[in-house]
Design a protein around this ligand. Structure first.
Ligand code: TPP
Length: 555
């Protein structure tokens, strides 16, 4: 054994111990030795055009590979640019490992280039943060960071790696490699609580299952399907749990989208919540006071957050469901299901008929339908935008876990996630067609990542719902302030397809209904990162915007 640079030790640990072969990032002098190590040990760096996108790609990778996503940024502006992606990962509970350069420790407080206390700044938006000062402890710190990211409720972590230790050598014998940090240890819930939950479920007349990303993290598709099939309870799966049972399952409420859930919650007598936070999207748990609540979560602090639960199961969702499955009774809730369907189907009747109608300009609900036709509905869909997000998330159906990801509809509501998430998804699942559905405003934030996709040969199709505005905000202004007081929310016709062509991708502009399917098919066939820029009806306001500004209430 010889000597090894600290920067090479980072690469060696990631590759040889964790089996990480792909890292997302952007270069900088402070981290060059790690990049050199990537060459040495065969770690591929997907080099992006903005650090925010690197973190978002790592998050997407973590979803589609069920592994931690690793990203690497340089000191100062590289670090600050990454913050938006980091907060997005934090609020989505995503196991993202952000490795960052920093000014040399020996020069701190001397006015060195990019000298700032990054680890202090990041504390409130990560699960764990650390700075490694000792070359011999590099593998230990990496293992610790990864362990924090994947354990319990997952989340992003931040590890600062000073050049003082990256650019010196150490004898390899002096640095034992710890065991893999990314091993996930699952814990089962208390059996007495499982028994109580089962009796509540068995005595309920109008139960409803709602599930979230905890299902995605637990990888429990089979246990969940067994639970739903045995109990016969209607369900709605959200976030990264969506698709764990396909949306077209007869007990799924996804044919009514979020409105279906909002219509069902005030009528149910038992909410069974699986790995889902009662945040503002669930009215902080206040919208169903009549119901009893069973909450299953890996994080004990979620059990009574915002509203008490009647029973809380603390543990892995899959293990919890496995125990419940042996105790719950076979039931038939078709009567209750009909009540729920009768409540929400009228709410989306108009939208459903729009899907079949050819109009000029194109209605966004129709565009979603045509995208499904073009892909033969066999794709991973990533959604980004305001009104666009609503129409796409309701119109599309997830056929597998995370088959439809509303990247911008997380707690951070972060526009611009679509293109990076699409690239991360395609890298993680090269066998699948990936279609990004983007509002025209949202597209702009990370449009330069088409260059990343071209350089790395990552083909996907981005369909822009171009309503020539920051639609959700514009329509909100119209509703609240009046249409004569629309301000700073219009964009006009921009030829985004030419931007993508200019970056080496494939681009088409579409203005009529009959051109949508052929254009998307040509884009898929091009084998390049592609953009189909579709002009849509600028007057259409989504129910999501109406709900947000109080223009729609659900009884
Ligand atoms: C990064 C970021 N900036 C601003 C906002 C505020 N915002 C919410 S919705 C929206 C409009 C989105 O417009 P577009 O992407 O064109 O989608 P559309 O609503 O037109 O479908 C804006 C600006 C945000 N959520 N995220």
């Amino acid at each position: 054994m010889g000597e090894i640079y600290g920067g090479h030790l980072v690469a060696r640990y990631l590759k040889e111990v964790e089996g990480i072969t792909t890292v997302f990032g952007l270069c900088g002098g402070h981290i060059d030795r790690i990049l050199d190590g990537f060459l040495e040990y065969g770690v591929d760096m997907v080099d992006v055009r903005h650090e925010q996108a690197a973190v978002m790609m790592a998050q997407s990778w973590s979803i589609f590979r069920s592994r931690p996503g690793v990203c690497l940024v340089t000191a100062g502006p590289g670090f600050t640019n990454s913050l938006t992606g980091l907060v997005n990962a934090y609020l989505d509970n995503a196991p993202v490992v952000l490795l960052s350069g920093t000014a040399p420790v020996r020069d701190w407080e001397k006015g060195a280039l990019q000298d700032m206390r990054q680890a202090d700044m990041v504390k409130s938006v990560v699960k764990w943060s650390g700075v490694c000062y000792d070359i011999k402890r590099l593998p230990e710190y990496l293992a610790k960071a990864i362990r924090h990211a994947v354990s319990g409720r997952p989340g992003p972590v931040f590890l600062e790696l000073p050049p003082d230790i990256l650019n010196i050598k150490v004898s390899e014998e002096e640095v034992p490699l710890p065991r893999k940090g990314s091993t996930v240890y699952k814990s089962a819930p208390d059996s007495a609580a499982v028994g109580e939950a089962a009796s509540l479920i068995n005595s309920s007349e109008k139960p409803l299952i709602i599930g979230g990303s905890g299902i995605g993290f637990s990888d429990c598709d089979k246990e969940l399907l067994d639970f739903v099939n045995k109990t016969g309870i209607p369900f709605m799966l959200l976030n990264n749990g969506r698709g764990a049972i396909p949306d077209e399952h007869p007990l799924s409420l996804w044919n009514g989208g979020q409105l279906a859930m909002l219509a069902a919650l005030p009528q149910t007598d038992l909410v069974i919540s699986l790995g889902l936070r009662f945040n503002w999207l669930l009215m902080h748990g206040q919208g169903f006071p009549q119901a009893k609540v069973v909450r299953v979560d890996i994080d004990p602090t979620e059990i009574d957050r915002n509203r008490s639960s009647d029973v809380g199961l603390v543990g892995d969702i899959g293990l919890s469901l496995r125990e419940l499955n042996s105790l719950v009774k076979q039931r038939d809730f078709s009567g209750w299901m009909k009540v729920v369907r009768d409540a929400y189907l009228p709410l989306i009747a108009d939208e459903v008929s729009q899907r079949e109608r050819t109009t000029e300009p194109i209605h966004p609900a129709r565009l979603v339908e045509q995208i499904k036709k073009a892909t033969e509905d066999n794709a991973i869909y990533v959604i980004d935008g305001g009104d666009t997000s609503y129409f796409a998330s309701v119109g599309l159906k997830a056929k597998e876990k995370s088959g439809v990801i509303s990247a911008a509809a997380g707690l951070f509501g972060c526009l611009g996630t679509g293109v990076p998430f699409g690239i991360g998804a395609k890298m993680a699942r090269p066998d699948k067609m990936v279609v990004v559905i983007n509002g025209d405003g949202s597209f702009g934030f990370n449009a330069m990542e088409f260059d990343t996709a071209v350089r790395h040969n990552i083909p996907f199709v981005c369909v822009i719902f171009n309503d020539q505005a920051w639609g959700m905000i514009k329509h909100g202004q119209e509703l609240v302030y009046g249409s004569e007081r629309v301000v700073s929310s219009e964009l006009g016709v921009v030829h985004y397809e030419k931007v993508v062509e200019g970056l080496g991708g494939y681009g088409e502009l579409v203005t009529t209904d009959d051109e949508i399917v052929p254009a998307i098919r040509r884009a898929m066939d091009s084998g390049k990162p592609a953009c189909v820029n579709v002009l849509t009806d600028p007057t259409v306001t989504s129910p999501a915007t109406l709900l947000l500004v109080g223009g729609l209430t659900i009884e």
